[in-house]
Design a protein around this ligand. Structure first.
Ligand SMILES: [Ca+2]
Length: 307
C-alpha cells in the first residue's frame, strides 16, 4: 500500500495532540511536515507542544513554524478550553528544537509538495492561516495537492459565536481562501465532533492503551467546554477519520462561503446544501460506534508503534 503523503497544520490544543498522534502512526499515512500555528493558544505554546509530542512519541517528522497571527483580524484565544499552555492535564518532558526546520511555512510546504512524487494531502485542524498563505504565495501548488481535510465550521450553532465555529472564526479570510482554492475540501464540522463524543467506557479503554493512552486520557479529562458540556469531545481527529474512513460518515456536497462582513456573524460558514455548485463535502453524520472503535484502535497502534 502506498502511503498518503500528508502535511498537518495544527494549533495544539488537546484534540490536535490526538489528531497528530493518530496520523503519525497510521499505516495509511506518511506525515511529511507539521506546521504549528497560532490558534487555541499562542504560537510559542503550539510550537513547543508539537515538539514535546514528537519527543514523547519518538517520531522525527520535521516541524516548521507557522503563522503567528491571523491574516487580517486580531487573534482570539481558546486558553479557557485547553488551558494556558494548550494541553492542560499532562506535563510533557520539554523537548529541544532539533526537529524544527528554519524557513517560512508557506515556502517549506511548497517545496515539500513540489518534491513529492505523489500529490500531497493537507490536514488543517486549526485556523487555516498557513494554508491560505501557501495558496496565495504559490498558486501553482494546487496542481500537486490531492485533497484538503479540515475540522471547522458549523451547520447549526457555533462554539465561538452563535454563527461561527472557532477554527473558522479565528481566521475567516484564510478559511475563505481555502474553500476557494479549487481543491476538494472535506469538512468535519462542529456537529460531527459533538456527535462523536467519547463515553466514559471508551475513555477507560483509552486509558488502557499504554503510555500514549494515559497521556491522551489525562488531557481529555481536562477539557473545559465553554458551554459547561462535560461530554468528551474530540473534534480534530474526526477530520482524520474522514480522510481514512469516509465510510463511517455521511458526506454531503455543499457550497461553502465564509461570512467576512457580518458584524455579529463574521466567521460563519455558510453551507449551502441546495447550491448547484459545490466546493466542499461536509460530514453531516457519523457512525459513532465505528468511529470510536477506530479511534481507540488508532491509539493502540500509536502506542505499539512508539519505540
Ligand atoms: Ca485544533
Amino acid at each position: 500500500m502506498s502511503k498518503k503523503p500528508l502535511i498537518i497544520s495544527t494549533d495544539p490544543g488537546i484534540d490536535d495532540i490526538a489528531a497528530m498522534t493518530i496520523s503519525l502512526f497510521a499505516a495509511e499515512l506518511d506525515v511529511k511536515m507539521i506546521v504549528p500555528t497560532w490558534g487555541n493558544v499562542s504560537l510559542a505554546h503550539t510550537l513547543q507542544n508539537t515538539l514535546d509530542l514528537e519527543n514523547f512519541l519518538h517520531t522525527k517528522v520535521p516541524v516548521v513554524k507557522g503563522a503567528n497571527q491571523p491574516l487580517v483580524r486580531p487573534a482570539i484565544s481558546a486558553a479557557s478550553v485547553h488551558g494556558e499552555t494548550g494541553i492542560a492535564g499532562f506535563e510533557f518532558e520539554k523537548a529541544n528544537d532539533d526537529l524544527l526546520e528554519p524557513g517560512l511555512a508557506a515556502t517549506k510546504m511548497y517545496e515539500a509538495i513540489k518534491n513529492s512524487p505523489e500529490k500531497v494531502t493537507l490536514l488543517g485542524v486549526g485556523p487555516l492561516t498557513d494554508f491560505a498563505l501557501l495558496f496565495k504565495q504559490y498558486p501553482d501548488v494546487v496542481e500537486n495537492i490531492a485533497e484538503v481535510y479540515i475540522m471547522g465550521g458549523n451547520i447549526g450553532h457555533g462554539n465561538h459565536s452563535p454563527f461561527a465555529e472557532y477554527n473558522i472564526a479565528g481566521d475567516p479570510e484564510a478559511a475563505q481562501i481555502v474553500f476557494h482554492s479549487g481543491l476538494p475540501v472535506y469538512v468535519a464540522p462542529l456537529e460531527i465532533g459533538d456527535k462523536a463524543h467519547l463515553t466514559q467506557d471508551q475513555m477507560d479503554k483509552i486509558k488502557e492503551c499504554g503510555e500514549v493512552g494515559k497521556m491522551l486520557y489525562s488531557m481529555f479529562s481536562n477539557i473545559h467546554e465553554p458551554d459547561g458540556d462535560t461530554r468528551i469531545k474530540i473534534y480534530d481527529p474526526t477530520a482524520v477519520g474522514i480522510m481514512l474512513h469516509p465510510e463511517f460518515f455521511t458526506l454531503k456536497p455543499a457550497n461553502v462561503e465564509i461570512e467576512l462582513a457580518g458584524r455579529y456573524t463574521y466567521g460563519a460558514s455558510v453551507m449551502d446544501f441546495l447550491s448547484k455548485k459545490h466546493n466542499a463535502q461536509i460530514a453531516t453524520d457519523v457512525d459513532t460506534e465505528k468511529f470510536a472503535a477506530w479511534f481507540i484502535d488508532s491509539i493502540k497502534t500509536a502506542n505499539n508503534g512508539r519505540k
